[in-house]
Structure formats: structure tokens, C-alpha cells
Ligand binder design. Structure first.
Ligand code: GUN
Length: 303
């Protein structure tokens, strides 16, 4: 069996066509959706991520408000910037790029972002709403994974999902989202003994560990759907995921490539959340349906 490719670039492009229409609708009502992107310091990786987010805004017709702050910015100065953005009605979403420098308390900063502009979904209020199943702003990476899974046509209800990686940004919110969709969810992490014992049972395997080639074919059940969230730069400059793509694609039914899988979706879902924020403010848009956060975007089938 050779797996079919879950194409994040194509899905992203499809979604962005719809986003431009939503931007045009907002514009017809006198609103230009805007995203503030805050970066403290000069980490090369963070600069790339922030540039991608700003480019995505331009691509879809949103305004972006970059806030580049020096490494020695104090916590108080950063909180003042956030407060100003909270008050600015041109700003519909605020994103503080992580990680922050060590002298700044990340929790305090994330809690300072207005909950109705928290398009990353990292404020405790939004984390809590994910727990009870009606999040307004699902965190972007797991939100993107959810839509990628939808393109396979598989109903996750009752499926064994194994998530490798228990971060606040990916693993934990991913588990909550899939639990909401009635999957049987296992979360593995660095202390998990005998990883293979868990992963081999997965109908859907989602890997977000940050370890190149962590998942070889022998860890994957035949016919599984494999989602690789990892983005690792090798010493030779190549970008690879956490999954041994060449080996695992001979065993899985569906697989995401790296690059071109989850990565493009993360940025695209940030735009979705920002648009939703702008629409909510003026009382239009898809909103959140009776069955929770996932009603905000209908599944897209690109096959
Ligand atoms: N750093 C790594 N991933 C993310 C993300 O999704 N959002 C923010 N704000 N920072 C990150």
C-alpha cells in the first residue's frame, strides 16, 4: 500500500479563496480585518514564522500590525503594548510569538490579551472553552490538523487516535478537540514507556514531538492515517518532520508531507480565527454552531 497524500498546501489555497471573499464582505461593511503580530527579540526561527504570518495577511487582504520589540523589552513594556492593542479597534487579533525571552512571564502576557482578540487561543479562557467543547478560537495548529483529517472523509468518532507530544500548543488542545469528536484519544510524551506499544494501535497517528524520524514504519498500524506536525531542520539544511516519510508511506493509508502538510495550515487557521474575530464583532459570519467550535468551518474535500 502506498499512502495518499494529505495536501496542506492545496487545502490552504482553497480556504484562502474563501477568506478573500469574507474579507470583501467585511470591507463592504466598512471593516478591514487586522492582525497584530508581536515579536520580542531576534530569534531567526521566530522571525521566519512572523514573516509568514504577515505575508498570509497580505495574501488574504487583512491588515497586519507588526510590533517588533527588542530583546531587552521589559514585561511591563510588553504588557503596555498589549493593552494598547486591546484598545485599538482596527486590531481584531493579537498574536504574541512564542517563546518569549526568559525574563518575561509568558503566562502573564497571554492572560493580558483580550479574550475576544486571542486568535492563537492560548488565553486560559479560550483553553477552558476548548475543554467544554465550544471554543471560539481553536489553537491554529490542531485546528489545521482537524481540517486535514476531514479531507480524508474518515469520521473520527470511535477511532483510536494516538498523539505523540503533549505540548500546550499542539498535543493537549489536539486531544481535547478529537475527544469532542468522540475519538478514543491517547497522548504519549517524553516519559511514555514503549512508544510503539501505543502507536501501533492508532487508526490516526498525530506526531508533534520535534524529533526527526521518531516514527518509523514498524510503529505504524497498516492503513493508519499519519499526520506529521514536526518541522525539523537537519544539519544539511533539509526540513523534515518527525515521521520517516518514505518508509511510513508504504504502510499508511494517508500521510501528510513535510513541508507542505500541517505547516501551511497553521498560518491559514490564524487568518480564519482573525476573520472570525472581525465577523463576531459586527455580528456576522458562521459563528459557533450547536455542535461546538468545529461548526465554524465546514469540512473541505479537495480530493
Ligand atoms: N511558537 C510556536 N508555535 C506558535 C504558535 O502557534 N503561536 C505563537 N504565538 N507562537 C508560536
Amino acid at each position: 500500500m502506498t499512502a495518499k497524500i494529505i495536501d496542506g498546501k492545496a487545502l490552504s489555497a482553497t480556504l484562502r479563496v474563501r477568506f478573500r471573499q469574507r474579507v470583501a464582505d467585511l470591507s463592504g461593511r466598512g471593516v478591514q480585518p487586522g492582525l497584530a503580530v508581536v515579536l520580542v527579540g531576534d530569534s531567526a526561527a521566530s522571525q521566519v514564522y512572523v514573516r509568514n504570518k504577515i505575508n498570509a495577511c497580505r495574501d488574504c487582504g487583512l491588515a497586519s500590525y507588526p510590533q517588533f520589540l527588542p530583546m531587552d523589552t521589559s514585561e511591563k513594556e510588553l504588557l503596555d503594548v498589549i493593552e494598547r492593542l486591546n484598545q485599538d479597534e482596527n486590531v481584531h487579533g493579537i498574536l504574541v510569538q512564542l517563546p518569549l525571552p526568559k525574563h518575561i512571564d509568558m503566562r502573564r502576557v497571554l492572560e493580558a490579551i483580550a479574550v475576544d482578540k486571542d486568535v492563537d487561543g492560548f488565553h486560559l479562557y479560550n483553553v477552558g472553552s476548548l475543554v467544554v467543547g465550544n471554543s471560539i478560537f481553536p489553537p491554529c495548529t490542531p485546528y489545521g490538523v482537524q481540517l486535514l483529517l476531514d479531507t480524508t472523509g474518515l469520521d473520527v468518532s470511535g477511532q483510536n487516535v494516538v498523539i505523540v507530544g503533549a505540548s500546550n500548543i499542539v498535543g493537549k488542545p489536539m486531544a481535547l478537540m478529537l475527544l469532542q469528536r468522540e475519538a478514543t484519544v491517547t497522548v504519549c510524551h517524553v516519559k511514555t514507556r514503549d512508544l510503539a506499544q501505543h502507536t501501533i494501535l492508532a487508526d490516526i497517528l498525530i506526531v508533534a514531538a520535534g524529533v526527526p524520524n521518531l516514527i518509523g514504519a514498524q510503529l505504524v498500524k497498516r492503513g493508519a492515517i499519519v499526520i506529521d506536525v514536526g518541522i525539523n531542520r537537519l544539519p544539511d539544511g533539509r526540513i523534515v518532520g518527525d515521521v520517516d516519510f518514505e518508509a511510513v508511506k508504504e504502510r499508511a493509508s494517508w500521510i501528510t508531507p513535510v513541508p507542505g502538510g500541517v505547516g501551511p495550515m497553521t498560518v491559514t487557521m490564524l487568518i480564519e480565527n482573525t476573520l472570525r474575530s472581525a465577523e463576531r464583532r459586527i455580528g456576522i459570519g458562521p459563528g459557533i454552531g450547536a455542535d461546538g467550535w468545529d461548526a465554524a468551518i465546514q469540512p473541505v474535500n479537495t480530493n
